[in-house]
Write a protein that binds this ligand. Structure first.
Ligand SMILES: [Zn+2]
Length: 59
């Protein structure tokens, strides 16, 4: 998997990280958005159910 083939899920820039089960760029606000999204009801299990990858590099 090449992270830079993906885009930040929050601002659309080239992804640099895969954190909290989301692709993000390097901006703290996007990483924080991923953290909040994952922390919601269902968290990454909901994402898994939707067919998205659940690989985590950072927890
Ligand atoms: Zn971003």
């Amino acid at each position: 998997m090449n992270i830079e083939d993906y885009k930040c899920q929050f601002c659309g820039q080239t992804a640099k990280n895969f954190v909290f089960a989301a692709f993000t760029c390097e901006k703290e606000e996007c990483i924080e958005a991923a953290r909040k999204e994952r922390g919601g009801p269902g968290g990454h299990m909901k994402r898994k159910a939707e067919g998205h990858p659940v690989i985590r590099f950072d927890d």
